[in-house]
Design a protein around this ligand. Structure first.
Ligand code: HEM
Length: 424
C-alpha cells in the first residue's frame, strides 16, 4: 500500500506541477527561491513561524525577496487579504497574465476553476454550484456517516497503534468525493488510489506528460461511463441538466478540480484537527460530550490550522492600490491565509486555539469569487468525523512523543505525514 500510495502521490503532484507549467509559470523555479520567500509556508509545529506575525505587524502588505526580477507581494493582514481576494477585477488568477497569452487558451485547461477568471470562471462555477447547495449536500449526510463508521470499524479491529492519516484522514474525504461525483462502487478503489496526493511544490518533481494523461484519462473514463448512464451524483446531474454545454474533457477537468480541491485539504484538516484535540483534553471532552459545541470547535480548528496556507497567486492586471500600498500591473500577490487568520483584528489571544471562542470571519476557505465551493461539504465531514472518532476511542492518545511528528515542509497545504495513535 505504501508503495502504491507514493506512486499515486507522485502522479498527482506531477499533474499539478505540469498543469501550472502549461500555463507558463514554472513552479519548479520556486525551489530556488531564497528561504525568506518561503516564509508563508513555514511553520513551527502547528503554528506559522513567529516571523510571519512580525511581518504582519510591521507591514501587512510586504515585498517578498525573489529573484528573476519579479515583484512579489506577501499579504498577511486580514483586511488586506480580503481586499485582494474580493477584487477579481484588478487581480487575476490566470497565469497567462504573467507571461502573455501566447500558446495558451482557456479551453486547454478546462475546469481549473482556481486558475480561471470570469467569465470562464463564472460559467464553470455555475455548473457546479447547484451540487453544493445545502439541500443537495444533505443527501450525502447518511453516506458520510457510513463512511466514517466503516473507517472506525476497520481501525477498531487493528492490534496495536494505528496511523490516523492512513486510516482516518485520507480515506474519508476520498470516499466522500466518490459519493459526491457519483463514482460507482466498483471504481472506488482505483479512484481512491488516484486521489492520494501530495502537493509539495518544492520537491523538484519533473512533470511527465504520461502521468498527466494517466490521471486525466482515468477521470475521462469515469465521465464517459456517466455520459452513457448518468447517475445521480454531481457528474450525472451536470450531464442530465447541462450535457450539451460541456464536453467530456471539461467535465473531467471539473471532476479533477473537485478532487484536488477537496481531498488533500480535508484530509489535512482531519489529521491536524485530531492532533489538536489530542493536545487539548478540554476540547476533546467537549467534542465527545456536547453536540452543540462541535460546530464552533470545527470553526476554530479551521481558523487556527488554516491548512491552505496561501491562496492561488493573484496577478495585478493594472496598477492598483491596496490599503495604501501601490501594486503595479504584472506584480504577483501571495495572500497568506494563515497569516490573515492570526491577525489580532479577529479577536484577543488569536494566536491561541480556544475551543470556546466565538466563530470568527476566518479566511480558511478563502474569500470572494474563488471562495471554496466545498466549504459546507468540508464542514459536514469534519462535524461528522471528529465526534465519531473521539466517542469511539475516548482513551485515544499519541503513540509517539509530539516532537517526533513529521510535518510537511514548504507545502501549500500544510499537513502531518503520519499520526500514530494508541486507541485504548
Ligand atoms: C477543510 C477543507 C477545505 C479547505 C480548507 C479548502 C480551502 C479552499 C480555499 C482557501 C480555496 C480558495 C483558494 C483561492 O482563493 O485561491 C478553495 C477553493 C476551492 N475548493 Fe476548497 N477547501 C476545502 C475543501 C473543499 C472540498 C471538500 C471541495 C470539493 C469537494 C473543495 C473544492 C474547491 C474548489 C473547486 C475550489 C476552487 C473554487 C474557485 O476557484 O471558484 N474544497 N478551497
Amino acid at each position: 500500500m505504501g508503495h502504491l500510495r507514493s506512486r499515486i502521490m507522485s502522479i498527482v503532484t506531477r499533474l499539478y506541477l505540469a498543469r501550472a507549467r502549461k500555463k507558463g509559470f514554472d513552479l519548479s523555479k520556486m525551489a530556488f527561491f531564497p528561504d525568506s520567500a518561503l516564509l508563508p509556508l513555514r511553520r513551527d509545529g502547528l503554528d506559522p513561524v513567529p516571523e510571519l506575525g512580525r511581518t504582519r505587524e510591521r507591514e501587512p502588505i510586504s515585498k517578498l525577496p525573489v529573484p528573476f526580477g519579479m515583484n512579489v507581494w506577501l499579504v498577511t493582514g486580514h483586511a488586506e487579504a480580503k481586499a485582494v481576494l474580493s477584487n477579481a477585477k484588478d487581480f487575476s488568477n490566470d497565469f497567462t497574465n504573467l507571461v502573455g497569452t501566447a500558446g495558451a487558451d482557456d479551453e486547454q485547461n478546462p475546469g481549473g476553476l482556481g486558475f480561471a477568471d470570469p467569465p470562464v470562471h463564472t460559467r464553470l462555477r455555475k455548473l457546479l454550484t447547484p451540487e453544493f447547495t445545502m439541500r443537495r449536500l444533505g443527501r450525502l449526510k447518511p453516506g458520510i456517516d457510513a463512511i466514517v463508521r466503516e473507517q472506525l470499524d476497520a481501525m477498531d479491529k487493528a492490534d496495536g497503534p494505528v496511523d490516523l492519516v492512513e486510516h482516518f484522514a485520507l480515506p474519508i474525504p476520498s470516499l466522500v468525493i466518490c459519493e459526491l461525483l457519483g463514482v460507482p462502487y466498483e471504481d472506488r478503489e482505483e479512484f481512491q488510489h488516484l486521489s492520494v496526493a501530495r502537493f509539495d511544490l518544492f520537491g523538484g518533481a519533473g512533470a511527465s506528460l504520461g502521468a498527466i494523461s494517466e490521471s486525466l484519462s482515468y477521470l475521462q473514463g469515469v465521465v464517459r461511463r456517466q455520459r452513457e448512464e448518468p447517475g445521480d451524483g454531481l457528474l450525472g446531474m451536470i450531464i442530465k441538466e447541462h450535457g450539451d454545454e460541456v464536453d467530456d474533457r471539461e467535465l473531467a477537468g471539473l471532476a479533477d478540480g473537485v478532487l484536488t480541491g477537496g481531498f488533500e485539504t480535508t484530509a489535512s484538516m482531519l489529521a491536524l484537527g485530531a492532533l489538536m484535540l489530542l493536545r487539548d483534553p478540554e476540547a476533546f471532552a467537549r467534542v465527545r460530550d456536547d453536540d452543540e459545541a462541535v460546530s464552533g470547535i470545527v470553526e476554530e480548528l479551521l481558523r487556527y490550522l488554516t491548512v491552505v496556507q496561501v491562496a492561488f497567486p493573484r496577478f495585478a492586471r493594472t496598477d492598483v492600490e491596496v490599503a495604501g500600498t501601490r501594486i503595479a500591473a504584472g506584480d504577483v500577490v501571495i495572500v497568506s491565509l494563515s497569516g490573515a487568520d492570526r491577525d489580532p483584528a479577529l479577536g484577543s489571544g488569536i494566536e491561541r486555539f480556544d475551543s470556546v471562542r466565538e466563530p470568527t470571519p476566518h479566511l480558511a476557505f478563502g474569500y470572494g469569487v474563488h471562495r471554496c465551493i466545498g466549504a459546507e461539504l468540508a464542514r459536514m465531514e469534519l462535524r461528522a468525523a471528529y465526534p465519531a472518532l473521539v466517542r469511539r476511542f475516548p482513551g485515544m492518545r499519541l503513540h509517539v512523543p509530539p516532537e517526533e511528528l513529521e510535518f510537511r515542509k514548504s507545502s501549500i497545504v500544510y499537513g502531518v505525514e503520519s499520526l500514530p495513535v494508541v486507541l485504548r
